[in-house]
Design a protein around this ligand. Structure first.
Ligand SMILES: *Cc1c(COP(=O)(O)O)cnc(C)c1O
Length: 436
């Protein structure tokens, strides 16, 4: 598969360049030149297949021109080594639990896949790759865990001092080896600004290979296509299927749209957001108005100018009517999010996290428009484990929340991090001292 830039359709770039650079130099985003098709016969076989075997079929054409089959299979088997169960909540609503990976959030899927793919693509290169990411919490933990001990890769994670939760900090600073946590005396925007400068520093580029691992990188997005196939293949007969995706940068929804375009039978998507409602506003009015993000309970979705929106436009050739045909946008306040968490916990015995609550609320709003005689099904994606937001969650439901064993073990490990001032030159100096 070759990849083009959303700013230049004539480009045909190989996968290794796409993954090692992250972004084309024209400022666009990489997209595959073709959308491979999965036949309905093959789809019918997915029902009883494990997710890694489904991935070998679904992702094959995106990857295998540039990587041999056996390396491809190792990448998939190592990355997708945890369950992604579909839990039935009511007759027509199910929740797809994407949080059974090591850091309890769906970003594990993309980070684990990208790290292993990158390592295989560069295995014959002499020079190491340096990844730099800024995080307000969630991305950092998935990237630290996903890239830990992966050959040929060093990772620098910049996080704002005193502005991430204790759990998140543990999830970034307890790895060591090839993971370098940098605590910056500033806020998230300062971290982001330093990362951007490192990535565009010519002096660094002359000596070292450097890239980033945010959801701009298509290697994080591709594996997310797979769980849509896994989930939808569980259903035998239905008239219409809605999938609700709690969204921030819209990588997850974008993966779902690609799955649909590959032949998966999904009637409509619901783009569910918190009050950072740029995309629902666009879907309802046709106006795209980026704005500064507002802090909410579902903070991994606090995005005011979603980076993957451009990919969605590209998938529909900028045809607004076609986009509206496939995607419904709904936004919810923190009050509504809290209400839905309590409601589901008390009435269904199911504990949602704040992100999943936004998704489920949206799905219910849509499905209640239909009479129950129709065979309409809905899936809401649950993107994080509620224990990741222990403090907020305990306030909402008034009960203690049990932390899963794999996170508890990490909380016992010793933190190690480099405290640096909010100064580009100091961070660069540190970076160069590590790279040698
Ligand atoms: C990152 C994140 C999201 C948003 O996903 P996008 O692909 O950026 O839309 C939703 N929920 C959780 C828990 C996340 O960490």
């Amino acid at each position: 598969m070759k990849y083009f830039s959303t700013k230049d359709r004539s480009l045909k770039i190989d996968l290794k360049t796409v993954v090692t650079t992250g972004m084309p130099s024209d400022g666009g985003l990489y997209m595959p030149v073709d959308i491979p098709q999965i036949s309905s016969y093959v789809l019918s076989e997915f029902q009883n297949m494990p997710i890694n075997d489904i991935a070998k079929v679904v992702l094959h054409d995106f990857i295998v021109d540039d990587l041999n089959q056996s390396d491809f299979e190792v990448v998939v088997d190592e990355a997708l080594n945890f369950n992604i169960p579909l839990k039935k909540i009511t007759d027509n609503i199910s929740v797809l639990e994407l949080f059974h990976g090591p850091t309890l959030a769906f970003k594990d899927v993309g980070a684990r896949f990208m790290s292993r793919l990158l390592s295989k693509l560069i295995k014959n290169d002499k020079q190491m790759i340096n990844i730099v990411v800024a995080t307000s919490g969630d991305t950092g933990s998935a990237v630290a865990s996903g890239f830990y001990n992966v050959d040929g890769i060093r990772v620098f994670i910049l996080y704002p001092s005193k502005k991430i939760s204790d759990i998140q900090k543990k999830q970034i600073t307890t790895y060591g080896n090839n993971i370098y946590p940098l605590e910056i005396e500033g806020n998230f925007d300062d971290c982001q600004r330093i990362v951007k400068r490192l990535l565009s520093d010519q002096q660094i580029h002359e000596m070292h290979r450097i890239t980033t691992a945010n959801s701009i990188n298509i290697a994080r997005l591709l594996p997310q296509i797979v769980y849509y196939f896994k989930a939808v293949s569980q259903f035998k007969e239905y008239d219409k299927l809605y999938i609700s995706v709690p969204s921030g940068n819209f990588g997850n929804l974008c993966a779902g749209i690609i799955a649909k375009k590959m032949g998966l039978c999904i009637f409509k998507f619901i783009a569910a957001t918190n009050v950072n409602d740029v995309v629902p506003h666009y879907l309802n009015t046709g106006e795209y108005l980026p704005k500064p993000s507002k802090r909410t309970l579902s903070n991994a979705m606090d995005v005011g100018d979603p980076s993957n929106f451009e990919r969605i436009l590209e998938l529909y050739q900028h045809d607004y009517q076609a986009i509206k045909e496939d995607i419904i946008g709904l936004a919810f306040t923190d009050e509504q999010t809290k209400f839905k968490i309590k409601d589901m916990f008390q009435n269904q015995g199911y504990l949602l996290d704040p992100h999943g609550a936004v998704g489920l609320f949206a799905l219910e709003e849509i499905l209640k428009r239909f009479s129950c005689s129709l065979n309409i099904k809905g899936i809401a994606l649950e993107t994080a484990h509620p224990a990741k937001f222990k403090e907020d969650m305990e306030k909402i439901i008034g009960k203690n929340i049990e932390i899963p064993v794999r996170l508890k073990e990490r909380l016992r490990l010793k933190e190690k991090s480099e405290l640096l001032p909010n100064e580009y030159s100091k961070v660069k100096e540190y970076f160069l001292s590590i790279c040698g």
